[in-house]
Design a protein. Structure first.
Length: 538
């Protein structure tokens, strides 16, 4: 991949340079050869549209016949062949596909990437041209920078592309990790409305003791009770055995193994809540949340992973807990991608659990106490509960969020390093581009210094030029990373997309500073060129 990519991206500028007119090259007009037939055809269409169209149609058969012999067409085919080969190797190596499918997918991916990069580069050319037409506001450095940008549009566009790709990699990882951290830290408070859960034995004395301990705690904003039956197992859906439904899904292979594992997890456990007081900001794929009208009924809310075994709103499902057989009616299905459960994924009315005996003494039956404690008191209150209630399980949901955030930071570290390396590669490309431009501008710099231009003036205009390029490339890369992150958050992770504008501004500023630093490495020595040495060489 490295060899083919190098051949591709070194061959293109070589071909472009080989077509430059000698007179244009000697005059330093290295981009004049790119005018080509498009501008000529556009000019002819403006002057004599009918004659141009007739002449084009008349020459079309001969142009089609001679097309394979033209160097430009052969270059076009070679570029796409190399891009398709690189794509095939990458797809095969990544294990995305194999055999003939790998060739097709790889060819599409490789050529698509080449086309996208080409289109983006052309967009950057237009942007650079538009910026070069801005008024200089009476500043010599801006006027010189804009003039230079107008004569090197394509080279600067390729520099912007390199910086854009680097900022896209770094920005996407940074913004996505930030969104995941925000979601992990806010999920328990915003979706569940609680941050501490206590699991106590299912008897009145234990619940009373827990209530007494909670009543002496400062900072308690919400208190509620519930119950859970860990041994309750879903055994039937609309008269069909759950085990046979799962077996059928395994045979067909239409559901992946991870989803089947999640279905088996969702099929176990019942959690009862006081539905007249307790509501959660869950996202329902169908149906509704339990409310006061469901009190005392066998209505249930389940996660929508169970749809793969035929569960839907209105389904009659049966749970078994020991010798008890409990029928339920599904009234709502929760989007599993955007929901947080506390102890079990099946929500029922607490009063109904009490009525059917699932809150009685038993090894898998427990009472639950839900608490929402002010953050400033959370750590001390949890420590107090754990020291006074030794037989109870006290869970700090915020600690789970902390562990998740630490895991996110570790997972994001390696992609951020890769993104930083891509950005570093972009900086090297910028430095090389500026160095090459300095070699071509030796004559211009010598003439400017000969007529009185100072070294500081030359350095300023070079820094201004590359600062503008750095800003445009970084802003585009960060903008694309925001779009990509929003699409991933909403369609794949099912979480809200948010952006810290301080982070966005920092990434753009980083791109500008890197571009200016890379240009300063070569601009400072070039600006000290002695004018007599340059003019003597000319």
């Amino acid at each position: 991949v490295g060899i083919l990519a190098t051949v591709l991206f070194s061959y293109l500028p070589i071909v472009a340079a080989s077509r430059a007119r000698p007179v244009a090259a000697l005059h330093g007009q290295f981009e004049s050869a790119h005018v080509g037939w498009i501008r000529r055809t556009a000019g002819n269409l403006r002057r004599r549209p009918v004659a141009t169209v007739i002449d084009g149609l008349r020459r079309l058969p001969a142009n089609v016949v001679t097309l394979p012999r033209r160097p430009g067409f052969r270059t076009f085919l070679l570029c796409f062949a190399i891009a398709a080969t690189v794509g095939c190797i990458a797809v095969e190596y990544a294990g995305i596909a194999s055999g003939v499918r790998a060739l097709v997918v790889g060819a599409i991916a490789g050529t698509g990437t080449l086309v996208a990069a080409t289109l983006l580069t052309q967009i950057f050319v237009v942007i650079v041209w538009l910026v070069s037409k801005l008024p200089a506001a009476g500043r010599l450095s801006f006027r010189m920078a804009f003039r230079s940008m107008n004569t090197q549009k394509r080279r600067l566009a390729s520099t912007m592309l390199a910086l854009c790709v680097g900022m896209l990699a770094v920005g996407s990882v940074a913004i996505l990790a930030q969104n995941l951290r925000t979601f992990a830290s806010q999920s328990s408070a915003s979706q569940l409305g609680i941050n501490v859960v206590m699991q106590v034995p299912p008897n009145a004395a234990a619940v009373k003791q827990a209530r007494s301990a909670v009543s002496h705690l400062p900072g308690v904003l919400h208190y509620d009770v519930g119950a859970i039956s860990n041994s309750a197992l879903l055994v039937s859906v609309d008269g069909h055995s759950v085990s046979s439904l799962l077996q059928a899904q395994r045979k067909t292979g239409q559901v992946d193994s991870n989803t089947l594992t999640q279905i088996e997890s969702d099929a176990r456990g019942l959690e009862g809540r006081d539905i007249t007081r307790n509501h959660y900001n869950w996202t329902f794929s169908s149906g509704r949340e339990l409310d006061a009208r469901d009190a005392g009924t066998n209505h249930i809310v389940v996660f929508d992973d169970l749809k793969h075994i035929g569960v839907r709103v209105g389904s009659q499902i049966v749970f078994r807990d020991g010798t008890r057989v409990l029928p339920f009616t599904v009234v709502g299905m929760v989007d599993s991608q955007s929901s947080q459960s506390v102890m079990a994924n099946n929500e029922v009315d607490l009063g109904y659990l009490r009525k059917v005996g699932l809150t009685s003494r038993g090894g898998s039956h427990f009472s639950l106490v839900y608490l929402n404690i002010r953050q400033s008191n959370l750590k001390a209150d949890v420590a107090t509960l754990r020291s006074s209630l030794h037989q109870d399980l006290v869970l700090d949901l915020g600690s789970f969020a902390t562990l998740i955030i630490k895991a996110i930071d570790k997972l994001a570290l390696f992609p951020e390093i890769i993104g930083a390396l891509a950005l570093f590669a972009g900086v090297i490309i910028i430095a090389n581009t500026v160095a090459l431009a300095m070699l071509e501008r030796r004559r211009d710099i010598g003439v400017m210094k000969a007529v009185g231009a100072r070294r500081g003036t030359i350095v300023r205009f070079l820094l201004v030029e590359n600062a503008i390029i750095g800003f445009l490339g970084a802003a585009t890369g960060v903008g694309l990373s925001m779009v990509a992150t929003a699409l991933v958050d909403q369609n794949l992770l099912k979480i809200g997309a948010s952006f810290d504008w301080l982070t966005v501004a920092g990434l753009i500023a980083l791109g500008v500073l890197l571009a200016m630093g890379a240009s300063a490495l070569t601009a400072l020595p070039a600006s000290g060129e002695k004018p007599m040495r340059v003019l003597r060489a000319e």
